[in-house]
Design a protein around this ligand. Sequence first.
Ligand code: CDP
Length: 209
Amino acid sequence: MTSLPVPFTVAIDGPAAAGKGTIARAVAERFDLGHLDTGLLYRAVGRKTLAGMAALEAARSLSEDDLNPEDALRTAPVAEAASRVAVDTEVRAALVDFQRAFARRSGGAVLDGRDIGTVICPRAEVKLFVIADPEVRARRRYQELAGKGQDVTLEGVAEDLARRDARDAERADAPMVAADDAVVLDTSAMSIEDAVAQAIARVQSVLQP
Ligand code: CDP
Protein backbone atom coordinates (compact mmCIF):
# COMPACT_ATOMS: atom_id res chain seq x y z
CA MET A 1 0.00 0.00 0.00
CA THR A 2 1.38 3.39 -1.00
CA SER A 3 1.72 5.75 1.95
CA LEU A 4 -0.09 9.02 1.40
CA PRO A 5 1.43 12.45 1.81
CA VAL A 6 -0.51 14.10 4.65
CA PRO A 7 -2.94 15.70 4.15
CA PHE A 8 -3.78 14.26 0.75
CA THR A 9 -6.73 15.78 -1.07
CA VAL A 10 -8.36 14.86 -4.36
CA ALA A 11 -10.57 17.65 -5.75
CA ILE A 12 -13.16 16.66 -8.34
CA ASP A 13 -15.22 19.40 -9.97
CA GLY A 14 -17.41 19.73 -13.03
CA PRO A 15 -20.92 20.41 -14.31
CA ALA A 16 -24.09 18.62 -13.22
CA ALA A 17 -24.35 14.87 -13.81
CA ALA A 18 -20.90 14.57 -15.43
CA GLY A 19 -20.01 11.55 -13.30
CA LYS A 20 -18.16 13.32 -10.46
CA GLY A 21 -19.95 11.45 -7.71
CA THR A 22 -19.37 7.98 -9.12
CA ILE A 23 -15.72 8.74 -9.81
CA ALA A 24 -15.21 10.32 -6.39
CA ARG A 25 -16.73 7.33 -4.59
CA ALA A 26 -14.60 4.87 -6.58
CA VAL A 27 -11.37 6.84 -6.01
CA ALA A 28 -12.12 7.10 -2.29
CA GLU A 29 -12.72 3.38 -2.07
CA ARG A 30 -9.61 2.46 -4.08
CA PHE A 31 -7.24 4.60 -1.96
CA ASP A 32 -9.17 4.29 1.31
CA LEU A 33 -9.90 8.03 1.55
CA GLY A 34 -12.87 9.82 3.08
CA HIS A 35 -15.41 11.16 0.58
CA LEU A 36 -17.50 14.31 0.80
CA ASP A 37 -20.06 15.12 -1.88
CA THR A 38 -20.22 18.87 -1.29
CA GLY A 39 -23.28 19.16 -3.53
CA LEU A 40 -25.22 17.47 -0.73
CA LEU A 41 -24.49 20.43 1.57
CA TYR A 42 -25.99 22.87 -0.93
CA ARG A 43 -28.87 20.48 -1.60
CA ALA A 44 -29.60 20.25 2.12
CA VAL A 45 -29.64 24.05 2.41
CA GLY A 46 -31.82 24.27 -0.71
CA ARG A 47 -34.23 21.71 0.69
CA LYS A 48 -34.65 23.73 3.87
CA THR A 49 -35.45 26.86 1.86
CA LEU A 50 -38.19 24.89 0.08
CA ALA A 51 -39.60 24.26 3.55
CA GLY A 52 -39.55 28.00 4.26
CA MET A 53 -36.28 28.58 6.11
CA ALA A 54 -33.96 31.46 5.13
CA ALA A 55 -30.92 30.17 3.21
CA LEU A 56 -28.31 31.68 5.50
CA GLU A 57 -29.98 30.37 8.64
CA ALA A 58 -30.17 26.94 7.00
CA ALA A 59 -26.48 27.01 6.06
CA ARG A 60 -25.35 28.15 9.51
CA SER A 61 -27.41 25.53 11.33
CA LEU A 62 -26.70 22.61 9.00
CA SER A 63 -26.12 19.26 10.73
CA GLU A 64 -25.38 15.69 9.67
CA ASP A 65 -29.05 14.84 10.09
CA ASP A 66 -29.93 17.28 7.32
CA LEU A 67 -27.94 15.15 4.85
CA ASN A 68 -30.33 12.21 5.30
CA PRO A 69 -32.18 10.57 3.75
CA GLU A 70 -30.04 11.18 0.67
CA ASP A 71 -32.87 10.29 -1.72
CA ALA A 72 -34.84 13.29 -0.45
CA LEU A 73 -31.94 15.51 -1.57
CA ARG A 74 -31.50 13.91 -5.00
CA THR A 75 -34.56 15.39 -6.67
CA ALA A 76 -34.87 17.98 -9.43
CA PRO A 77 -36.60 20.65 -7.26
CA VAL A 78 -33.95 20.32 -4.55
CA ALA A 79 -31.13 20.55 -7.13
CA GLU A 80 -32.66 23.75 -8.48
CA ALA A 81 -33.02 25.19 -4.97
CA ALA A 82 -29.39 24.21 -4.25
CA SER A 83 -28.06 26.16 -7.21
CA ARG A 84 -30.14 29.19 -6.18
CA VAL A 85 -28.77 29.28 -2.64
CA ALA A 86 -25.26 28.58 -3.99
CA VAL A 87 -24.99 32.06 -5.54
CA ASP A 88 -25.15 33.61 -2.06
CA THR A 89 -21.67 34.52 -0.80
CA GLU A 90 -22.67 34.27 2.88
CA VAL A 91 -24.20 30.85 2.37
CA ARG A 92 -21.01 29.64 0.67
CA ALA A 93 -18.88 31.14 3.45
CA ALA A 94 -20.92 29.31 6.10
CA LEU A 95 -20.03 25.98 4.46
CA VAL A 96 -16.30 26.54 3.94
CA ASP A 97 -14.90 25.46 7.33
CA PHE A 98 -16.68 22.11 7.31
CA GLN A 99 -15.39 21.32 3.80
CA ARG A 100 -11.80 22.36 4.57
CA ALA A 101 -11.74 20.40 7.82
CA PHE A 102 -12.95 17.34 5.95
CA ALA A 103 -10.29 17.85 3.27
CA ARG A 104 -7.55 17.83 5.92
CA ARG A 105 -8.68 14.63 7.68
CA SER A 106 -5.73 12.43 8.48
CA GLY A 107 -6.55 9.53 6.18
CA GLY A 108 -6.84 11.81 3.12
CA ALA A 109 -10.03 12.87 1.36
CA VAL A 110 -11.85 13.17 -1.93
CA LEU A 111 -14.24 16.11 -2.28
CA ASP A 112 -16.47 16.66 -5.28
CA GLY A 113 -18.34 19.81 -6.23
CA ARG A 114 -17.88 22.96 -8.29
CA ASP A 115 -15.21 25.01 -6.50
CA ILE A 116 -13.08 22.43 -4.70
CA GLY A 117 -9.94 22.83 -6.82
CA THR A 118 -10.30 26.60 -7.10
CA VAL A 119 -11.61 27.88 -3.74
CA ILE A 120 -11.99 25.18 -1.08
CA CYS A 121 -8.72 23.28 -1.68
CA PRO A 122 -6.60 25.29 -4.13
CA ARG A 123 -3.57 23.24 -3.04
CA ALA A 124 -5.16 19.82 -3.52
CA GLU A 125 -2.62 17.21 -4.64
CA VAL A 126 -4.91 15.97 -7.43
CA LYS A 127 -7.48 18.04 -9.32
CA LEU A 128 -9.88 16.62 -11.86
CA PHE A 129 -12.50 18.53 -13.84
CA VAL A 130 -15.02 16.01 -15.11
CA ILE A 131 -17.10 16.97 -18.14
CA ALA A 132 -19.46 15.29 -20.63
CA ASP A 133 -21.67 16.49 -23.49
CA PRO A 134 -24.97 17.98 -22.30
CA GLU A 135 -27.05 15.29 -24.03
CA VAL A 136 -25.02 12.53 -22.39
CA ARG A 137 -25.38 14.12 -18.96
CA ALA A 138 -29.12 14.66 -19.43
CA ARG A 139 -29.61 11.01 -20.39
CA ARG A 140 -27.59 9.78 -17.40
CA ARG A 141 -29.49 11.99 -14.94
CA TYR A 142 -32.85 11.14 -16.53
CA GLN A 143 -32.13 7.42 -16.14
CA GLU A 144 -31.03 7.92 -12.54
CA LEU A 145 -34.13 9.89 -11.51
CA ALA A 146 -36.65 7.90 -13.59
CA GLY A 147 -35.07 4.71 -12.21
CA LYS A 148 -36.00 5.89 -8.72
CA GLY A 149 -39.58 6.43 -9.84
CA GLN A 150 -39.36 10.23 -9.99
CA ASP A 151 -41.73 12.02 -12.36
CA VAL A 152 -39.27 13.48 -14.92
CA THR A 153 -38.89 13.78 -18.71
CA LEU A 154 -35.65 13.78 -20.68
CA GLU A 155 -36.39 17.28 -22.02
CA GLY A 156 -37.16 18.60 -18.55
CA VAL A 157 -33.96 17.15 -17.13
CA ALA A 158 -31.92 18.63 -20.01
CA GLU A 159 -33.41 22.07 -19.36
CA ASP A 160 -32.80 21.80 -15.61
CA LEU A 161 -29.13 20.90 -16.13
CA ALA A 162 -28.56 23.69 -18.66
CA ARG A 163 -30.14 26.30 -16.38
CA ARG A 164 -28.17 25.11 -13.36
CA ASP A 165 -24.86 24.94 -15.27
CA ALA A 166 -25.34 28.49 -16.53
CA ARG A 167 -26.14 29.78 -13.04
CA ASP A 168 -23.19 27.88 -11.53
CA ALA A 169 -20.74 29.09 -14.19
CA GLU A 170 -21.87 32.71 -14.23
CA ARG A 171 -22.16 33.47 -10.51
CA ALA A 172 -19.68 36.00 -9.14
CA ASP A 173 -18.54 33.98 -6.12
CA ALA A 174 -16.75 30.66 -6.70
CA PRO A 175 -18.05 30.09 -10.23
CA MET A 176 -17.78 26.62 -11.72
CA VAL A 177 -14.52 26.69 -13.66
CA ALA A 178 -11.62 24.29 -14.09
CA ALA A 179 -8.58 25.19 -11.99
CA ASP A 180 -5.54 26.01 -14.13
CA ASP A 181 -3.81 22.88 -12.87
CA ALA A 182 -6.81 20.54 -13.15
CA VAL A 183 -6.77 17.57 -15.49
CA VAL A 184 -9.92 17.61 -17.64
CA LEU A 185 -11.63 14.24 -17.97
CA ASP A 186 -14.24 14.11 -20.75
CA THR A 187 -16.48 11.13 -19.98
CA SER A 188 -18.87 11.60 -22.95
CA ALA A 189 -17.73 8.50 -24.80
CA MET A 190 -16.43 6.55 -21.82
CA SER A 191 -17.95 3.77 -19.80
CA ILE A 192 -18.03 4.52 -16.10
CA GLU A 193 -15.36 1.85 -15.62
CA ASP A 194 -13.03 3.67 -18.03
CA ALA A 195 -13.67 7.04 -16.40
CA VAL A 196 -12.94 5.58 -12.97
CA ALA A 197 -9.79 3.86 -14.26
CA GLN A 198 -8.49 7.14 -15.69
CA ALA A 199 -9.14 9.00 -12.46
CA ILE A 200 -7.40 6.28 -10.45
CA ALA A 201 -4.44 6.34 -12.84
CA ARG A 202 -4.14 10.09 -12.32
CA VAL A 203 -4.08 9.74 -8.53
CA GLN A 204 -1.56 6.90 -8.81
CA SER A 205 0.72 9.00 -11.02
CA VAL A 206 0.77 11.76 -8.39
CA LEU A 207 1.50 9.28 -5.59
CA GLN A 208 4.27 7.53 -7.54
CA PRO A 209 5.59 9.93 -10.17
O1 CDP B 1 -25.29 16.03 -8.73
P1 CDP B 1 -25.14 17.29 -9.52
O2 CDP B 1 -23.82 17.38 -10.21
O3 CDP B 1 -26.31 17.54 -10.42
O4 CDP B 1 -25.24 18.49 -8.46
P2 CDP B 1 -24.56 18.63 -7.03
O5 CDP B 1 -23.09 18.35 -7.12
O6 CDP B 1 -25.32 17.82 -6.04
O7 CDP B 1 -24.73 20.19 -6.71
C1 CDP B 1 -26.00 20.80 -6.62
C2 CDP B 1 -25.81 22.29 -6.75
O8 CDP B 1 -25.07 22.75 -5.62
C3 CDP B 1 -25.00 22.74 -7.95
O9 CDP B 1 -25.80 22.98 -9.10
C4 CDP B 1 -24.34 24.03 -7.45
O10 CDP B 1 -25.16 25.15 -7.62
C5 CDP B 1 -24.17 23.78 -5.97
N1 CDP B 1 -22.80 23.45 -5.59
C6 CDP B 1 -21.89 24.47 -5.47
O11 CDP B 1 -22.21 25.62 -5.74
N2 CDP B 1 -20.62 24.22 -5.04
C7 CDP B 1 -20.24 22.97 -4.75
N3 CDP B 1 -19.00 22.75 -4.31
C8 CDP B 1 -21.14 21.90 -4.89
C9 CDP B 1 -22.43 22.17 -5.33
